[in-house]
Design a protein around this ligand. Structure first.
Ligand code: BES
Ligand code: ZN
Ligand code: ZN
Length: 561
């Protein structure tokens, strides 16, 4: 066993060892690191800045790098000075392996600050070469063992801790090029699978294969009960599908191309049927609002209908409508240049709708669900809508378009009118609709506007389970009044002084909802991108709130609204 000490000495030692270990030379003197003798050691790295250090090694021939993830909770005892190994609060799997290794894991945890608060949720310790079956063991902090629903935070902290911990351990294993791993699921298979598979995702299909992140072939340490691991994987994969569609550059997802791509991806899944509507169809339907947006682009709009029949009957339990602007320049009301590239994700509502249909079908949920995706590009071409132009929506209402950058509500207006031609219990729309919702809620929660309190409660409960949070916003009449106060037409597409922009946008949409229709609008502009709010999602588009939406439609079937 090679033991290295800390501090400057350790750094010198590391350099020395790296100097010594020139490539392509067998190093028999390093054999205790349980490598087969035919392997070549090419580099050595030190981990941990505290008293006990472990050495990692890279080899040229090693192809299977097998990891194991175990978890420990925060210590429970208050007087930590008297604590010993027996007081470490580990998962059953951690305890088993610690016993197998004669307490080696526990000793290291204590030496590296477990009782001094240095092993908080998401913190990891890495062990190399302590077991024959695994090249690396990662022990990760899980937070408090008592964690449950936190009302103020509005989420189930226990489940969220599992996602965060699983993701932290996986991130560590990916960093050291682990190829396969077994995961202690910390008592929640579904959340552990979600955290792991969301963490492993990165959009690198357009990069050279050498630059792509390698996924780890992952399985639960113990066989999953009730298919929970599998459902967690499907939910994460559904969310990752949304991320892929959102990240895809706009030149590769022009409206007809995006429509075809989603149709191709989904139509092979049992019980899903996809129909693509073109502009001629939209014209016949009187969708002047949708067409007013695509007219500024040389590429025509599409409306995608995705039907999932998971149970008998023709009626739908829910219809999901998703804003699908493949790129939002703002049109003639052109956006500023800074960060305009992010407007490739302005089809996040449509992507989330497609992802939800896909996930619901793969989970084989016993519901009927319809997805409607109006898809268009908002460009300032010579045939673009001018500020002050008036168009007519499908329900006959005229709209004065004073700002062509408020285009999402226009395509949604027609799609919502169309949605009300079908029989369904509930309509929910998702849209990256306003910058104002980002100002109000940041990335913490999606803004929810609804005329049905029962549906709100259901959505809230769903989000507590998924950790992908929502916050209720008002649908006061005063907001809609600001939009209907219009010089040339029945309704204006922007409201007065520009205050409460998310609420006036929702007020605009409500003008296209019939009196008895049960409806919810989710403004997802704030949650669609991750800076560092969600620890188990890398930076970039998030695919939120896919898991909450799937949970919601699943519960909707059981409830009367
Ligand atoms: N797509 C944007 C909203 C958006 C902003 C999404 C930032 C994601 C990140 C939408 O079409 C828009 O431009 N809204 C305007 C409305 C305004 C002109 C009334 C906005 O929010 O500024
Ligand atoms: Zn816009
Ligand atoms: Zn937009």
């Amino acid at each position: 066993m090679i033991i290295l000490r800390t501090g400057r000495f350790a750094i010198r030692q590391q350099k020395l060892l790296t100097d010594l270990v020139s490539p392509r030379q067998p190093k028999p003197w390093l054999q205790p690191l349980h490598l087969e003798s035919s392997f070549f050691i090419t580099s050595i790295r030190l981990f941990s800045r505290t008293t006990v250090n472990f050495v990692s090694y890279k080899t040229q021939k090693m192809t299977t790098h097998r990891g194991l993830v175990l978890g420990v909770y925060d210590p429970i005892k208050e007087d930590v000075s008297k604590c010993g190994e027996a007081d470490i609060v580990g998962t059953p799997a951690f305890q088993d392996f610690n016993t197998k290794f004669k307490g080696a894991l526990g000793k290291t945890l204590i030496n590296t600050g477990y009782f001094n608060g240095k092993m908080k949720r998401g913190k990891v310790r890495i062990f190399h070469g302590v077991d024959d079956a695994y090249t690396t063991i990662v022990v990760v902090g899980l937070g408090s063992k008592q964690a449950g629903v936190n009302e103020l935070e509005q989420w189930d902290e226990g489940r969220e801790n599992v996602r965060v911990a699983a993701a932290a351990a996986i991130r560590q294993l990916q960093e050291i090029s682990c190829t396969e791993a077994e995961l202690d699921t910390f008592g929640d298979d579904e959340a552990a699978a979600e955290g792991s598979f969301l963490q492993m995702y990165s959009f690198d299909e357009l990069k050279h294969p050498d630059k792509r992140k390698q996924a780890i072939s992952l399985r639960p340490l113990e066989k999953s009960r009730n298919g929970e691991w599998d459902s967690g994987v499907l939910l994460a994969e559904g969310q990752n599908y949304v991320r892929t569609l959102m990240e895809t550059p706009s030149n590769l997802k022009l409206p007809p191309v995006l429509a075809e791509r989603i149709a191709k991806d989904l139509s092979s899944v049992p019980n899903l049927t996809v129909t693509i509507r073109d502009e001629q169809w939209a014209e016949q339907k009187g969708m002047g609002a949708l067409l007013s947006v695509s007219h500024g682009s040389s590429v025509p709009a599409r409306l995608l209908e995705i039907s999932y029949k998971g149970c008998g009957g023709d009626d739908y339990h829910a219809i999901v409508v998703g804003k699908g602007i493949t790129f939002d320049t703002g049109g003639i009301s052109l956006k500023p240049a800074a960060n305009m590239d992010l407007m490739r994700g302005d089809m996040g509502g449509a992507a989330c709708t497609a992802g939800a249909l896909l996930t619901v079908a793969k989970l084989k949920l016993p519901i009927n669900l319809l997805g409607l995706l109006p898809i268009a590009e908002n460009m300032p071409g010579s045939t673009a809508t001018r500020p002050g132009d008036v168009v007519r929506a499908m329900n006959g209402k005229t709209i004065q378009i004073d700002n062509t950058d408020a285009e999402g509500r226009l395509i949604l207006a027609d799609a919502l009118c169309y949605a009300q031609e079908f029989k369904s219990k509930f309509i929910v729309d998702l849209a990256t609709l306003t910058g104002a919702i980002r100002i109000a809620l940041g990335g913490a929660a999606a803004g929810v506007f609804t005329n049905n309190t029962k549906a709100w409660q259901l959505m809230l409960q769903s989000s507590i389970r998924t950790g992908d949070r929502v916050w209720r916003m008002p649908l006061f009449k005063t907001y809609a009044d600001k939009m209907t106060d219009c010089h040339l037409a029945d309704i204006n597409n922007i409201g007065g002084a520009g205050l409460g922009g998310s609420c006036t946008a929702a007020g605009f949409l409500s003008e296209f909802i019939k009196k008895d229709t049960k409806w919810m609008h989710m403004d997802i502009a704030g949650v669609s991108e991750n800076k560092e709010e969600v620890p188990y999602l890398r930076k970039g588009f998030t695919g939120r709130p896919l898991r909450t939406l799937v949970q919601f439609v699943q519960q909707l079937e059981k409830e009367t609204l």
